[in-house]
Design a protein around this ligand. Structure first.
Ligand code: MTE
Length: 315
């Protein structure tokens, strides 16, 4: 069932939302090293992280107050690098996200691989400022840089049997200390229904705050689905598999009672341990009250994807 979610345009941004000065405010082409000389003095991961990206700024989400770069990159969930919020920033510092290829397999015309550089050329990179809501009850506003997942799907040429997509994160216990501990069934697996994947809000992020994705946020490429809880956003994607059956994700395997496949932000369906009716905005200050959580995180346009579904059951 493919719905026409791209009526506006492939990027999901109305022409009227783009101001002239925003249009094609291009930075340099493709990846720009912060300076070859500097790179020699940095660890590989540090040199990688110092790169800026060539992307289009748009008016998308501009009205939101951004969460600071510091908070976005130091308060993370990335269990391959530990279960503490500050573990990933520290433990992923030596992780080398380049060179990188993604395997495309399953219900596709032909299995193939794509390098990260080629992936970044499938569509113009653009900034997307999204509200992100974690199932644990906190939220952030993050200026991602990425491209619509649809661009990769078009390139992959799925067959008629492709009903869902499985996203499989890179897993290497030698370089990922958390992956040596069976807190989750490794590798980390997430999934989307095909129409959710094609929705123009769904992006593959390769950067944030104008720079390449920091390791702790899922370098070099991760999924971002702003109307779903953060755990849907698989980091460091190494395989994308088109499948006929609903994927059995790592969190469903961990606790099907707590984590459903859909994981749509829904204030009416509480998690057994956390309320979903309100959220704490990270960095808003000690005295800032909790914000009311909105259905689909406020991205109302996705509602049509679930028309007729009981969202209490399909949580
Ligand atoms: N991807 C992998 N591979 N491993 C993880 O542990 N955690 C998820 C998701 N993607 C996770 C992952 C969870 S629970 C959340 S809330 C988001 O990443 C957090 O993304 P952020 O650290 O960039 O905010």
């Amino acid at each position: 069932m493919l719905l026409d979610n791209n009526r506006r345009n492939p990027s999901g941004i109305l022409p009227s939302e783009i101001t002239p000065q925003d249009l094609f405010e291009q930075r340099r082409t493709v990846l720009k090293a912060a300076g070859a000389a500097a790179a020699g003095l940095l660890l590989p991961a540090q040199a990688y992280a110092a790169q800026t990206l060539d992307f289009q700024k748009t008016a998308f989400g501009k009205e939101e107050k951004l969460t600071s770069f510091e908070d976005v990159t130091s308060y993370n969930n990335y269990y391959e690098f530990g279960t503490g919020k500050e573990d990933p920033a520290r433990e992923a510092v030596l992780f080398k996200p380049t060179p990188w290829t993604i395997k495309i397999e399953g219900a596709v015309k032909q299995s193939k691989t794509i390098g990260i550089e080629q992936l970044m050329k499938l569509a113009p990179l653009e900034e997307r400022i999204y509200r992100m809501r974690c199932v644990e009850g906190w939220s952030m506003v993050i200026p991602w840089v990425g491209l619509p997942l649809k661009a990769l799907i078009d390139w992959a040429q799925p067959t008629g049997n492709a009903k869902y997509i499985e996203f499989i994160s890179y897993n290497d216990p030698r370089h990922m200390p958390g992956a040596r501990i069976p807190v989750l069934d490794w590798p980390y697996i997430e999934g989307l229904r095909m129409d959710e994947a094609m929705q123009s809000l769904t992006i593959l992020a390769v950067g944030l705050y104008g720079k390449v994705l920091p390791n702790q946020n899922g370098a070099p490429v991760r999924l971002v689905v702003p109307w779903k809880y953060g755990f849907k956003g698989a980091k460091a994607i190494s395989t994308i598999r088109f499948v006929e059956q609903m994927p059995h994700t790592s969190w469903m395997k961990a606790s099907a009672r707590e984590y459903g496949f859909y994981a749509n932000v829904n204030p009416a369906v509480d998690h057994p341990r956390w309320t979903q009716s309100s959220e704490k905005r990270i960095g808003a200050g000690l005295f800032a009250g909790r914000i009311k959580t909105r259905l689909f995180n406020g991205y109302d346009e996705v509602g049509q994807l679930y028309a007729g579904m009981d969202l209490q059951k399909n949580f």
